[in-house]
Design a protein around this ligand. Structure first.
Ligand SMILES: [Zn+2]
Length: 706
């Protein structure tokens, strides 16, 4: 049987006498794989140059007796105290020039030559020792690379590495001075050796310097991972190599990090204690899973799927019965081949003693154990067949680390956030029960009926050209505000009015723009304001009649018709060219009456330009218009049960499908604590998971196969 479910296990936290009990309980639950050892450097090398893999051999053997395979972590996310004492330079320096010390995790400098030597030594020893062990099936070098590296490392070694990286990129320092615009505030450099790591300055920084620093830093992390992968590839040809990611975390360009890996993994924590509202919304979770799938453009694993309350100093909310299996099934629906639960048993000490596992502190199986056991036994036969299946999407949304970093350096307006903007577009299609792919600028555009390209702030002639060819050939492209503003070196574009290289494609120019920040502007959409219930695009919002999901303009939106349309954070004041249609105009501010949204037919396709960040209702209305034009249909509709003949529409039910070799698996997931009814607008086939087609209990999931 293939590997479908597993747990993250820390045998070094428990007396060896307990291991047998753990292995037996795991086997009874249906666990087929464990991940171990990613934080156990001291146990593996207790003193410099003396290695002890015996304990790990014993636990791997014991688990194998119970039919459980092992994935090994390399321990480079937690260098031991002996190393940090003897070689303090392996510890990182933050932006204040302050060294960050031993006692947490990730206290390492990834460019430091001694650290790289020590990592190379232990990874080589481990690979030599475990590379031919048939019970070890794969490797996870380090842990959540990029996590904790937001503000490190700015040490002398990293400064020198940055200088080398710049020299390779610019060849001569004159080119660097030009790209960075160094005449401003007398920042010219006479040589690459004069360039600083961007330690904290007294005032604002050079945006071009900062963008190159973020690119360099990302490349350094990729290089650090690749160094380990190369060792493992050479010595362990029959074992896979993967890494555990954190969704939209952006310290490292995950697209680049994915290149040397066989597949990528996600660590998914819907109730993470850092989430202000206590719960990530279903659409945010779905977006996270879709972006993870995009990094390698294939199915993935969950390496850490939440198993209960998450906590360090504070704790997150308690998942209700049924919610944990629901979230695991959501991960599977969006393309997870295997789900590994974090963690097996709640630790009784250390930073993560409140990061709850399947077993509580006392080690006695309870509700979570039983819920996951039931899930595993029901899902195992289906998981076999689903391996490699991924959603097929008509909508592609571009996600770019470069654009994200540029907006982190200069948000442009208070409140404007690249990722939130991207996710607000995602939600509009998610709410319409459509599959969505995140894609890069280098993706095969023509396979999508509709591409949303949010905040295309940095623009290259190559990308502008790809967009134009896509639209000319019949594509539907949505550009949003603040596009074409800069060249890729993060200096302002000067050769045309904005949106610069996209001006001809947009069929409009931006002669004025307004950083609204926390102020909202009013917008008139489609010749009427959004209160008009008769507007086609609000047919659903005004009250879904339940008669059919198949009408093209049907919208399964919850609640009443929206109030007036608003734009947030930013307003590009558009002057349309002749022949460009104005779809929405500003209805407040001195530029009242000017175009806010335009449509420009180019060749066989259309390019829309949306000059502001639409609020939820406006966004939904626009998305409705775009999918109508692109002829994209929603998978189905869901309703709140028991409220009248047809019920009210419900967006807390999620539809997602994935497919492989012509077999389509359709998932419908009730994220609500109340029952819901639903109907498919497409033929979903046979119900293969769950009962009572069309009705979902709280947190219930149905799966269909066709
Ligand atoms: Zn460093």
């Amino acid at each position: 049987m293939s590997i479908n479910f597993g747990v993250d296990y820390y045998p070094e936290h428990w007396p060896e006498e307990r291991w047998e009990t753990d292995a037996r309980l795991m086997q009874e639950m249906g666990v087929q794989v464990v991940r171990m050892a990613e934080f156990s450097w001291h146990k593996l090398e207790p003193v410099e140059g003396t290695y002890d893999f015996e304990w790990l051999d014993r636990v791997i053997r014991l688990l194998a007796k119970h039919g459980i395979k092992t994935i090994l972590g390399t321990p480079s996310a937690a260098p031991p105290a002996w190393m940090c004492n003897k070689y303090p330079d392996v510890m990182p320096v933050d932006r204040n020039g302050q060294r960050r010390y031993f006692g947490g995790r990730h206290h390492d400098c990834q460019s430091n030559p001694i650290y790289r030597e020590k990592v190379t030594a232990i990874v080589t020893r481990m690979a030599d020792h475990f590379g031919n062990n048939p019970d070890v099936i794969g490797w996870q070098p380090d842990n959540e690379l990029g996590n904790s590296h937001l503000d490190v490392c700015f040490c002398d070694s990293c400064r020198k590495s940055f200088q080398k990286w710049l020299q390779k990129k610019y060849v001569n320092v004159g080119a660097l001075n030009k790209a960075w615009g160094t005449p401003f505030w007398s920042q010219e450099y006479n040589s690459f050796e004069e360039v600083f790591a961007p330690l904290k300055t007294l005032t604002g920084e050079n945006p071009s310097t900062m963008l190159d620093w973020k690119r360099f830093h990302s490349d350094l992390i990729v290089d650090f991972l690749t160094m380990q992968v190369n060792i493992l590839r050479e010595k362990c040809p029959n074992q896979f190599v993967t890494h555990n990611y954190m969704g939209f975390s952006n310290c490292v360009d995950y697209y680049k990090l994915s290149k040397p890996l066989d597949f990528v993994c996600q660590d998914q924590y819907p109730t993470g204690y850092w989430i202000d509202d206590g719960w990530a919304s279903p659409s945010e979770l779905a977006a996270t899973l879709d972006v993870i799938r995009s990094y390698k453009n294939r199915s993935y694993w969950m390496m850490e799927q939440e198993s209960g309350i998450c906590g360090w100093e504070y704790m997150g909310r308690l998942p209700a019965p049924g919610q944990l299996p629901l979230w695991a099934l959501q991960s599977i629906g969006h393309g997870a081949d295997t789900v590994v639960f974090f963690r097996w048993r709640t630790c009784t000490f250390g930073t993560e003693e409140y990061w709850h596992g399947i077993l509580p502190h006392n080690g006695v199986p309870g509700r979570t154990y039983n819920e996951y056991k039931e899930l595993i036994h029901k899902m195992n036969p289906l998981m076999e067949q689903m391996k490699g299946a991924v959603p097929k999407s008509d909508v592609g949304i571009i996600f770019s680390f470069d654009q994200n970093w540029a907006f982190e350096i200069q948000p442009n307006a208070r409140g404007l956030n690249y990722q939130n903007h991207v996710r607000s577009w995602y939600k509009a299609f998610y709410d319409r029960h459509m599959n969505v792919d995140f894609i890069t600028e280098r993706a095969d555009f023509p396979q999508y009926k509709l591409i949303v390209a949010p905040l295309q702030y940095l623009m290259s002639p190559v990308l502008a050209d790809s967009f134009t060819r896509y639209v000319e050939a019949g594509g539907h492209l949505v550009l949003t505000m603040r596009s074409g503003v800069k060249e890729t070196d993060n200096r302002c574009f000067t050769k045309d009015a904005l949106p610069g290289l996209l001006r001809k494609l947009a069929g409009a120019q931006i002669l004025d723009y307004d950083a609204l920040s926390q102020n909202e502007c009013e917008v008139r959409f489609d010749g009427a304001d959004c209160q008009t219930e008769s507007s086609d695009h609000f047919e659903g919002a005004a009250g879904f009649d339940g008669s059919s999901c198949q009408k093209k303009s049907e919208v399964c939106l919850e609640g009443a018709a929206p109030a007036a349309c608003h734009g947030r954070f930013w307003a590009d004041v558009l002057t349309p060219d002749e022949g460009t249609e104005v779809l929405a105009t500003y209805a407040s501010e001195w530029y009242k009456g000017a175009a806010a949204v335009t449509a420009h037919n180019v060749g066989k396709g259309v390019c829309w330009y949306v000059g502001t960040e639409p609020d939820d209702a406006f966004m939904s209305a626009l998305a409705g218009l775009f999918v109508d034009k692109a002829e994209i249909r929603s998978m189905g509709c869901a309703k709140k049960a028991g409220s009248g003949l047809h019920g009210m529409p419900a967006t807390d039910v999620e539809f997602v499908s994935k497919e492989k070799d012509g077999v389509v698996w359709s998932f419908v997931l009730n994220h609500s604590a109340e029952p819901r009814t639903y109907e498919y607008a497409v033929d979903a086939g046979e119900l293969v998971f769950g009962e009572n087609a069309g009705t979902l209990a709280a947190y219930e999931v149905h799966i269909y196969r066709k």
